[in-house]
Design a protein around this ligand. Structure first.
Ligand SMILES: C[S@@+](CC[C@H](N)C(=O)[O-])C[C@H]1O[C@@H](n2cnc3c(N)ncnc32)[C@H](O)[C@@H]1O
Length: 468
């Protein structure tokens, strides 16, 4: 056992915990979420998570460690059970006593899940700190399970199951996507990677998704989500994107490119913008900007409802408009003199060839003054060195790296980025990218990078490029 390394990691934990204690003393509440969402808690929290997980890898036997990892799918599967059978809402509305607890049998009477099986699902989750098992077979929500609450009453959930995620924070929807569609797809990753026919293919039709569902051999996942029979999944996907955004500061899009520098009358096109929820803060804070939300027709059709609920004035004044558009086609002819094309979480959905097609279509309607703003994960290598011989450096910002003895990419504290990278592989045969990979993509569509805004593991970084 590497005792020196273990001691170094435990001293990172002790000093970060001391910082958290000091910060906590300035807060009036001990509530878990109140603290962890505050910006100043971010670095010490990251350090504790990174160091503690690195420590576990050192002190656990390798065999135990591998068993824990290879059985982790049961966590996803169990989360899907509780999200789809409304356990959190049942405990919230029907729970008894101070802790609002119910036995598995009582929960099962509401959601019709066999209580003996449900208790085992809930116990695995409670063992991983999601729910409390307050007495044998009796469970209550805790801070972590509460984040899965859709906010809907049981009557609403039963009356319109397709709408169940609407109006919520989107976390249950995101967990639903990860533990259902993405989980199914990931099961087939090894089959696609081992098959000589598909291993070297970067076609979106050769994603593990193609093997995971009946009839998905020749359809990309987004087109499949838009099929009428997948309406429930499409809605859940839209709310899941909202969930992803709800985990970052609401003004994250403003922390990078300077939107306020755009002159009056500037037009911003949010390509693949969903309903436009991400660009809402741009419209709210920059009255000089007109926003066009572009996405496939079925998705953008939901846009006016979102804006009516969140910024009705912009809708009434025509400051936000909607375009059903396929970004593999040339930009609509009326899109002239566009100041900025925003592409948030778009590049990571597509293999290089498709990204270049999307970028070229954008490039063809750029003027000399147009900017493109790409918002996506920027990947770091796990090694301390971020250089590949003969290539430009992977990160221009040394502050993006974790201090030693932590893994340079923040290890498990940053694992969602790496899981998302593989989610992109299993869903779309796509990937998250490093700065040099973005530079290469962009140059093939005649753009060059002028700004990189790192986000230090807290919101999505931005890459700003201009036409060459
Ligand atoms: C990962 S989501 C990102 C949504 C939004 N930009 C955000 O950051 O929350 C990708 C978006 O691309 C859209 N999309 C997929 N294929 C498209 C296409 N061919 N043309 C236009 N939009 C497309 C999807 O409907 C979806 O809204």
């Amino acid at each position: 056992m590497d005792i020196k390394q273990i001691e170094a990691l435990s001293s990172v934990i002790s000093s970060s915990v001391a910082q958290l204690k000091q910060l906590q003393s300035s807060l009036k509440t001990t509530e878990h979420t109140a603290a962890t969402t505050k910006a100043e808690f971010l670095k010490p929290s990251l350090e504790v998570v990174a160091a503690a997980s690195q420590l576990i890898a050192l002190v656990r036997t390798p065999e135990r460690y591998l068993m824990d990892m290879s059985t982790a799918h049961q966590l996803s599967a169990s989360l899907r059970v509780v999200v789809e059978t409304h356990v959190v809402e049942i405990l919230r509305d029907k729970g008894k006593g101070l802790k609002k607890a119910l036995s598995a049998e009582e929960i099962g009477a509401y959601n019709h899940v066999n209580h003996l099986k449900l208790a085992r699902v809930l116990r695995l989750l409670a063992t991983h700190h999601v729910f409390d098992e307050v007495t044998p077979n009796v469970f209550a929500n805790n801070a972590i399970s509460n984040a899965l609450d859709t906010g809907k009453s049981l009557a609403e959930l039963e009356a319109s199951p397709d709408e169940k995620y609407d109006g919520s924070n989107g976390i249950a929807a995101l967990v639903g996507i990860f533990s259902d569609e993405t989980f199914h797809n990931a099961v087939c990753t090894a089959d696609i990677l081992k098959d000589p026919q598909t291993t070297n293919s970067f076609s979106p039709y050769d994603a593990p998704f193609a093997l995971a569902w009946p009839g998905t051999r020749n359809i990309a996942m987004y087109d499949w989500l838009n099929l009428p029979e997948n309406n429930y999944r499409k809605k859940r996907f839209g709310m899941g994107m909202h969930g992803m955004n709800s985990m970052t500061p609401s003004d994250a899009i403003l922390r990078g490119f300077d939107w306020s520098s755009l002159p009056p009358g500037s037009i911003v096109v949010d390509c693949g913008g969903g309903v436009g929820s991400v660009s809402l803060p741009i419209v709210q804070t920059c009255p000089q900007i007109h926003l066009i939300v572009q996405d496939t027709a079925p998705v953008v059709a939901e846009g006016p409802t979102f804006w009516q609920a969140n910024q009705p004035q912009a809708l009434a004044q025509g400051r936000v408009t909607f375009q059903g558009h396929n970004f593999f086609e040339p930009q609509p002819a009326e899109n002239k003199n566009i100041s900025v094309f925003l592409l948030r979480m778009i590049m990571h959905n597509w293999p290089d060839a498709e990204c270049i097609k999307i970028l070229k279509n954008v490039r063809n309607s750029c003027t000399r003054d147009t900017r493109i703003v790409i918002v996506d994960n920027i990947m770091l290598f796990a090694s301390r060195s971020q250089e590949i011989a003969g290539q430009e450096t992977g990160t221009s910002d040394p502050d993006a790296l974790a201090p030693e003895p932590l893994l340079a990419n923040w290890g498990v504290a940053n694992s969602l980025s790496y899981k998302q990278d593989l989610n992109m592989l299993s869903n779309h045969n796509a990937c998250e990218r490093t700065v040099p990979e973005f530079a290469s993509l962009l140059s093939q569509a005649n753009f060059r990078i002028v700004e990189v805004h790192q986000a230090h593991q807290s919101w999505l970084p931005q890459v700003v490029a201009v036409p060459i």
